[in-house]
Design a protein around this ligand. Structure first.
Ligand SMILES: [Zn+2]
Length: 69
């Protein structure tokens, strides 16, 4: 196991977690955020029987579940 690779991976996932939190905050504040992949607007979706509340774009490449408990 290459430890430095593992550390880089952990840093990356932490950064993307912070990015996701920033996106959620902006969307919930009513600000326009566009998906980095498809450049479509990211919307807030209320929870329903089938899925938790999340923010996602129309294409689904940005799809972040809100960890509200
Ligand atoms: Zn997208």
């Amino acid at each position: 196991m290459d430890l430095s690779a593992l550390e880089a991976l952990q840093k990356n996932s932490k950064r993307s977690y912070n990015d996701q939190k920033a996106i959620i905050k902006k969307v919930l504040a009513g600000r326009a955020v566009s998906c980095k992949v498809c450049h479509q607007p990211i919307m807030f979706n209320m929870a329903n029987q089938n899925q938790p509340a999340k923010v996602c774009c129309a294409q689904g490449c940005t799809d972040i579940e809100l960890d509200i408990s």
